[in-house]
Design a protein around this ligand. Structure first.
Ligand code: CDP
Length: 673
């Protein structure tokens, strides 16, 4: 078992492109079809994981030329038109369901072959009977180590080289049917009949579509009866591009629900009309409150304003049920996941495994783990959200989540642990045996890390009408930052002091008035507004000619500055607690006094004439030169370009040019290396 991995919650929004690997289901199907095709196929965007490597190794052992390039994510396979060069081999399929089923059917195309197949302990328990029984009618037999016929691993398979009409019970797994469908075109005239219904039908459709892409369409001539009208060996498409894994994408689809409201995650190459049924998860996510869009060939997921519970049928895309089950702990109401009985015979009993680990976190489920243990036919799970229970369970140390050698357990709980449950970044989930993700997504935890951003604070200082506000506002909207205009703080105080007829020279009167003012923050969109005694003053009041004329005088009073300083510094915390990716604070002394350690400090400048013109264009009466004079000459926190700040003269620059310049710096600073 690999060492454990403590998940660090996301204290800043997740942002970026999720590095989702190629689909396991498509990679392993394409490997089989390419080996059964005539000539060479280059698979691009292939997945390199335990399950696909098992199949690659097996094909090589069987005498195929398979050249894998992990860096380029390509696999070159030389197909032999249905011939299998090696007649005797010992193959180990690990716990890879696809490799186990696909290889078993594939090998029967070898005339008079003798193959020993075994798998991990867990694979020995997984369903194979439907397939082995179906192959028997075509004179392929599986014997156990005692020479008795068997329906599970390990077995020696004596193969006939052909597939005749056969009937398959695929009720336990659609892979039992898919395995047969992939050799159907090479079995002239044969029919595959399904004696049951099957789970996860989209995977059967995936098999059908892949067969067509490799030149041999198979079709259901009657419901549950497949045939290939134009049989023969598969035809290599030359190059075959594998879609990114839709199941793996489900983790990143849910991440923005847990990582702050300004999260924005892109999953590239996500094709809702592609081969993978698990793309249906995006629909569930939407129903649960996700704000997502298809942009070009990417799926873009923004914040989920609220995680909504509900009832969902996961029969057709059951691999993703674990993703929803963990998210459900934080939903606004219980979530019921129906029709997932077949997942109880996958990598592990997934329903029981999920319920057990939720229970470890203090979450109640129905059925309970006890009920699930007593009855293996139970096929749905209701999860009752309870944040307090999560906190109680993790109050002293992170909860260790057992993963049962199931990659999906590790990944779904990994995403849950990304939630900042305690609001202070304290880890609360530890994943045991994190390397089990090697099965389909070896780099899962690095992909998760690469979406982490770090909180960026930006100080923007400059004289009156130098473009601070428009620049800061545009940037904050673009980047999901909180915008704080400290000029408005002084304007608000000035307005209130003027209303109280306070003389700026009379320190005692100033102090007296200030002592009656309580400061709080009101956030609207991306802006933080200062409320004085719970009241936010309107723009017209703040920017009136009277306030313009006296604000600098009041702002020069040390007591006034001291009165707002702690409040202003605290805005960083306000931004973090409200899930903003960063903070942009503008004023005169931000880079020098308020946030001297800001990640980025900017000083904006423009010619006095240009600035005067800007104010005139806005129709505002304001003697900016006079204000600048007072602001720069006062003794406390004068307007200066702080040491080390980046000075940008924007006299001849457009707003978008300035924004672009600063945005680049911010993005660079925000990326966690
Ligand atoms: O938007 P404009 O450039 O006209 O000025 P403002 O940012 O609204 O600031 C109004 C006045 O508040 C400034 O002229 C300064 O006197 C004062 N102020 C300050 O002293 N320190 C700050 N950090 C921000 C503004």
């Amino acid at each position: 078992m690999s060492e454990s991995y403590i998940i660090r919650p996301f204290c800043s929004p997740a942002q970026g492109v999720a590095q989702v690997p190629g689909s396991k289901s498509i990679t392993n199907r394409a490997l089989i079809l390419a080996a059964l095709a005539d000539g060479e196929t280059l698979l691009r965007g292939a997945l390199f994981s335990r399950d696909t490597e098992i199949l690659i190794t097996s094909l090589k052992q069987l005498g195929f030329s398979v050249e894998a390039n992990k860096t380029l994510h390509t696999i070159k396979v030389v197909g032999l038109g249905g011939k299998i060069p090696t007649k005797e081999a010992k193959l180990h399929v690990g716990n890879a369901g696809t490799a186990a089923r696909f290889l078993t059917a594939f090998l029967t195309l070898s005339e008079k072959g003798k193959y020993f197949l075994d798998g991990d302990e867990a694979m020995r328990l997984r369903p194979m009977a439907g397939l082995i029984n179906a192959l028997r009618s075509s004179d392929n037999f599986a014997y156990d180590v005692h020479g008795k016929e068997t329906l599970s691993f390990p077995f020696t398979l004596l193969t006939s080289g052909y597939l005749k009409n056969c009937e398959v019970d695929a009720s336990a797994s659609s892979q039992l049917l898919s395995a047969l469908l992939m050799i159907l075109p090479l079995s002239s005239g044969a029919k595959v009949l399904m004696s049951s219904s099957t789970v996860s039908e989209p995977f059967v459709q995936m098999t059908e579509k892949l067969c067509a892409q490799f030149g041999r369409p198979i079709a259901q001539v009657n419901p549950g009866e497949w045939r290939c009208e134009n049989p023969g060996s598969f035809i290599s498409p030359g190059i075959y591009d594998i879609e990114p894994d839709a199941t793996a994408a489900s983790y990143f689809i849910t991440l923005p629900a847990l990582s702050g409201k300004n999260s924005c995650v892109r999953v590239g190459g996500y094709n809702p009309k592609g081969l993978q049924g698990d793309t249906a998860f995006a629909g569930v996510a939407k129903a649960c409150g996700a704000v997502l869009n298809n942009e070009g060939n990417a799926l873009v997921i923004n914040h989920w304003p609220e995680i909504k519970g509900g009832t969902f049928d996961f029969n057709n895309f059951s691999d993703t049920f674990l993703t929803l089950a963990t998210l459900a702990c934080l939903a606004n109401q219980p979530t019921t996941i129906k029709n997932i009985g077949h997942t109880r015979k996958q990598e592990t009993d997934r329903v029981l495994a999920m319920a057990s680990e939720l229970e470890r976190l203090g979450i109640k489920t129905q059925p309970t783990t006890k009920e699930l243990r007593a009855d293996d036919t139970l096929s749905s799970l209701t999860i009752f959200p309870d944040r307090e229970a999560l906190m109680a369970a993790s109050a002293h140390k992170p909860v260790s989540i057992h993963t049962y050698e199931d990659h999906r357990m590790a990944m779904s709980f990994g995403i849950l642990g990304s939630f900042d449950l305690w609001g202070d970044g304290r880890p609360w989930i530890e994943i045991l045996d994190p390397k089990c993700t090697n099965k389909t997504f070896p780099l899962f935890f690095s992909a998760l890390e690469s979406l982490r951003t770090q909180f960026v604070s930006v100080a923007v200082d400059g004289g009156a009408a130098c473009g601070k506000s428009s620049t800061s506002r545009t940037l904050s909207e673009k980047l999901g930052f909180l915008h704080v205009d400290t000029g408005a703080h002084y304007r608000s105080l000035t307005q209130v002091l003027l209303q109280g007829f306070v003389n700026p020279e009379d320190t005692q009167a100033v102090n007296n008035s200030l002592s009656k003012i309580n400061l709080s923050t009101f956030i609207s969109g991306n802006s933080a507004f200062l409320a004085l005694n719970n009241k936010v003053l309107g723009e017209a009041e703040l920017r009136s000619a009277v306030v313009n004329a006296s604000v600098s005088q009041f702002a020069a009073i040390p007591e006034v500055r001291a009165f707002v300083l702690a409040y202003q510094r605290n805005q960083v915390l306000v931004a973090q607690q409200n899930g903003f990716a960063g903070l942009i604070m503008e004023g005169r002394d931000i880079g020098s006094v308020v946030l001297p350690h800001a990640t980025i400090r900017i000083y904006l400048e423009a010619d006095a004439s240009a600035r005067n013109q800007r104010r005139k264009d806005e129709g505002i009466v304001d003697s900016i030169v006079q204000r600048d004079k007072i602001d720069s000459s006062r003794t406390t926190a004068p307007l200066i370009c702080a040491l080390g700040a980046i000075c940008i003269d924007n006299t001849n620059l457009s707003l978008s040019e300035v924004v672009e310049k600063i945005e680049k710096m911010i993005l660079e600073a925000g990326r966690v290396q």
